[in-house]
Ligand binder design. Structure first.
Ligand code: ATP
Ligand code: MG
Length: 285
């Protein structure tokens, strides 16, 4: 049976999280992921380690069936591939920045200016959409030094905390897009492989759900159980078990972490005690 081939970044900001995701889906990899290719001992998958820039092309050509990379690279490369699933890591912005002493009122301030970037396609689409004419200086890296050395008046680059901009005397003036890691796929995946892909997606969903939810246990007097059940926006009805202490029960449920923080005071006021919140490893809804 053929193996599903997945391309991940060889070394960089996406590598560790990509391998962690596969691991959390129960996929064990041989040789620790430090060679060009790695296979799994317990799932028909082969991992190819590549530069992130090359992943869209390899997936389009079917050299890899699926891949993990930043949406920014997907948008820039404009290959014919499917975006299957946002993965929630490597979150960053694509922003325009200018020297901090320069004035900026709106995007019009960049009319006729030179903008350095490693993402010429994304930038030119944006400028066109905004009706701005500017010269795009395409450079491979260290974009933030471009204004300082006189190559450009502004830059468009990846920003996360903004500390790189600050260090280079720049200020963010527009956020063009927000990006995160995404799972992409070849458009003509074989039936065999799409079955494997469905299995992988199922596992990814289970992992994602588990991260957003917590298992909650609490003790409460029996006469308060109904009230507490109403406060808890659980998945379905909670499990209620009698405690050795007469007139008391233990209540178990699964709730979204956000909901938990919003209802904690109400739970305590309703008489809940010994509230325990534990992580869930996998959750199938
Ligand atoms: P490669 O050698 O594979 O071409 P690279 O230098 O192009 O790597 P990295 O710096 O490792 O890329 O970044 C990979 C991706 O991680 C980026 O395309 C982007 O989606 C995301 N990313 C980059 N910088 C940050 C950041 N500071 N915070 C969060 N995510 C980021
Ligand atoms: Mg790259």
């Amino acid at each position: 049976m053929s193996k599903l081939k997945i391309a991940v970044q060889k070394s960089g900001r996406l590598s560790e999280k990509s391998l962690e995701l596969l691991k959390s889906c129960g996929i064990k990899l041989q040789n620790g992921g430090r060679t060009l290719k790695s296979t799994s001992s317990n799932f028909p998958i082969e991992v190819l380690f590549l530069r992130d820039d090359d992943i869209p092309q390899y997936v389009e050509q079917g050299i890899a069936d699926i891949g993990i990379l930043g949406q920014n690279e997907v948008w820039e490369k404009q290959k014919d591939i499917d975006e299957l699933k946002l993965l929630g890591f490597a979150r960053c912005k694509l922003s325009l920045a200018i020297p901090k002493e320069n004035s900026y009122t709106s995007i019009e301030s960049l009319e006729g200016k030179r903008i350095a970037t490693s993402y010429p396609i994304i930038l030119s689409n944006y400028l066109q959409q905004q009706g701005i004419n500017a010269t795009i200086e395409e450079i491979g890296g260290s974009v933030e030094i471009a204004p300082g050395i006189g190559l450009a008046d502004a830059i468009m680059d990846i920003v996360s905390t903004g500390s790189t901009l600050l260090m280079n005397g720049l200020k963010e003036v527009e956020v063009i897009a927000k990006s995160e890691a995404v799972l992409i796929a070849n458009r003509q995946i074989s039936t065999d492989k799409s079955k494997l892909l469905d299995q992988l997606l199922f596992r990814m969903d289970a992992v994602q759900q588990s991260k957003e939810n917590k298992y909650i246990l609490l003790n409460a007097p029996n006469d308060q159980l109904e009230k507490i059940t109403q406060i808890l926006p659980g998945m379905k009805s909670p499990t209620i078990l009698p405690l050795a202490k007469k007139g008391w029960s233990s209540l178990h449920s699964v709730i979204r972490e956000d909901d938990f923080w919003n209802s904690i005071d109400q739970l305590k006021n309703a008489g809940a005690e010994g509230i325990l919140v534990v992580p869930i490893e996998k959750l199938i809804l």
